[in-house]
Design a protein around this ligand. Structure first.
Ligand SMILES: Nc1nc2c(c(=O)[nH]1)N[C@H]1C(S)=C(S)[C@@H](COP(=O)(O)O)O[C@H]1N2
Ligand SMILES: [Mo]
Length: 518
């Protein structure tokens, strides 16, 4: 490579770097403006939330399958990377034609502004961070590339100032880069540190419940490796479309019950507590749970019955659905029947395992409906109950390829041993959990290799809405083994053997696991 080609390649690389730094300044300035105007209105979060709402079902399923609860981190990291790559391209374009790179920044700014304005609760002010950030990034890009040109031209002319121009460009780019990192990281940290919602939650004092869940003797089996009967809040699976956890202050929170009702009702958090709290044990399940998966958990929920709240508003005849709405715009369609049924305790929950709802699990109020998958019932950060019809309204996931109604399918899971939980030869236990919310589990059977189905021992059920634990004694011999499990509910229905995918309304199939015994 001759010197001229080398110089040219070098200049292009420097232009890309100046572009990336300008991209960083775009994001950092936006975060800084968001900190002092509208929290969480930065371009990455806004575009990220927008992307979550428009991605096709397979992409969402892929993200949950591959990244689990880190799916959002992955999305944010990809978006960040995309911004830097696009900004680097803008740098090269700006070098090629003046204003072309800046124009790309303008386009990015417009995209971010539009994405921001489509978010639930957005105001014109929410557009400010992206707009100011884009302008700052574009101005910096124009300036830095101008400097780079000067250095290039001076060098080409063999001018004495070439060295000085080079230093100027490098120093300015370096200062902008450091400034962007400091402002960007500082803004996000400042935003987290000054967000008062965690402190507000810590200060919440809930009244003592009128009734508590009674846990019968034998409700919990003592088997190493089995899922605990109650899932700790920290271990409870989390699935939602929220890129940042909504901050909802119970002091200003209110629930509106409207739509096809005789009387529109508004309740404050205190109104809800004043209705009296009872404790319920319910196993929650996500429709995205694969056979053998871990998107299922049990908690003691403290709350008031939805039917008591609905009774105040008096639903009109003809209504057959309640569309529950979150502050972030998510909605779930729940059959009115499931909420008013005297045999089913659908609740508005304010506490989970003895603590106010964790922020990620819907603080301050969420719905919990036994027997229905989370996406059609378990709305977190709840703000509205609209009494309506399935004909008139659709929930968030309905146009995205999931059924409008989705009762939980009876299922069972092997917790131990598993591929990742091998056992030693000798006496051991095969154990796990099984659930058939609202009906209850009658029996669980296990098959080892080609043997007969054997009855597992069941824990004493707390109620029909809570999973049971099961276990089977096994004389494990060294080598590889195949274990299968299937459950039957109290109505005598056996778990579906045929494998079905999670879409459109939940997976089916008997779990089979391979274990190596040493
Ligand atoms: N606001 C809101 N509520 C939501 C969701 C959501 O995306 N947004 N997801 C639902 C789904 S799909 C499930 S499975 C449950 C999960 O509740 P968890 O995260 O507390 O386990 O919440 C439900 N409630
Ligand atoms: Mo879900």
């Amino acid at each position: 490579m001759n010197q001229r080609t080398k110089n040219r390649a070098g200049t292009i690389l420097w232009a890309a770097l100046a572009g990336a730094v300008s991209g960083g300044v775009f994001l950092a300035v936006a975060e800084l403006v968001a900190l002092v105007t509208v929290r969480d209105a930065g371009p990455i979060l806004a575009v990220g939330s927008f992307v979550i709402d428009i991605v096709p079902r397979w992409a969402k399923e892929f993200a949950i399958e591959v990244f689990g609860s880190n799916d959002k981190l992955f999305l944010l990291a990809s978006l960040g990377l995309a911004v830097f790559v696009a900004a680097a391209v803008a740098g090269v374009l700006e070098l090629w034609r003046r204003r072309l790179g800046a124009a790309l920044f303008a386009v990015a700014g417009v995209v971010a502004v539009v994405a921001t304005l489509t978010r639930t609760g957005a105001t014109l002010l929410s557009a400010l961070p992206s707009a100011v950030g884009a302008v700052a990034g574009a101005l910096l890009l124009t300036f830095l590339i101008g400097r780079l040109r000067r250095w290039r031209d001076a060098r080409a002319a063999g001018a004495a100032e070439a060295g000085l121009d080079r230093r100027r460009f490098l120093v300015l780019t370096g200062v902008a880069a450091v400034g962007a990192v400091v402002a960007g990281v500082g803004s996000r940290l400042g935003s987290a540190a000054t967000s008062s919602i965690a402190a507000i939650r810590a200060a919440v004092r809930l009244p003592a419940p009128r009734s508590r869940v009674t846990v019968p003797a034998g409700a919990e089996l003592d088997v190493p490796g089995i899922s605990p009967l109650f899932t700790a809040n920290a271990d409870f699976y989390r699935v939602d479309t929220a890129l940042t956890v909504p901050s909802v202050d119970p002091a200003t929170w209110k629930l509106t019950v409207d739509g096809m009702v005789e009387k529109r009702v508004e309740l404050s958090f205190q109104d809800l507590l004043d209705m009296g709290l009872d404790e319920y044990s319910v196993t929650l399940t996500c429709v995205s749970n694969e056979v053998g998966g871990n998107l299922v958990g049990t908690a003691k929920w403290l709350g008031v019955r939805v039917r008591d709240v609905l009774a105040m508003a008096r639903p009109r005849s003809g209504a057959d659905m309640v569309l529950s709405r979150s502050v972030d715009g998510f909605t779930a369609s729940t059959p009115l029947q499931a909420l008013t049924d005297a045999n089913r305790d659908a609740i508005l929950a304010v506490a989970m395992n003895g603590k106010p709802l964790p922020l990620e699990h819907g603080f301050p109020v969420r719905m919990v409906v036994p027997g229905l998958y989370g996406y059609v019932s378990a709305t977190k950060w709840l703000t509205e109950l609209k009494v309506t019809t399935f004909a008139a309204d659709q929930a968030y996931w309905t146009p995205r390829g999931y059924s409008a109604k989705a009762p939980i399918k009876l299922s069972s899971r092997i917790d131990t041993p598993r591929v990742d939980k091998p056992v030693a030869a000798g006496p051991t236990k095969i154990a796990g959990v099984a659930w058939a919310q609202t009906v209850g589990i009658r029996s669980v059977e296990v098959k080892i290799d080609g043997g007969d189905w054997q009855q597992a021992k069941l824990s004493t059920p707390i109620n029909a809405d809570t999973w049971v634990q099961w276990s089977l004694d096994w004389q494990a011999t060294s080598g590889s083994h195949t274990l299968s499990v299937r459950a039957t509910d109290r109505a005598g229905r056996m778990q579906e053997q045929k494998r079905e995918p999670i879409a459109p309304n939940g997976s089916t199939g008997w779990q089979q696991t391979f274990v190596r015994v040493s």
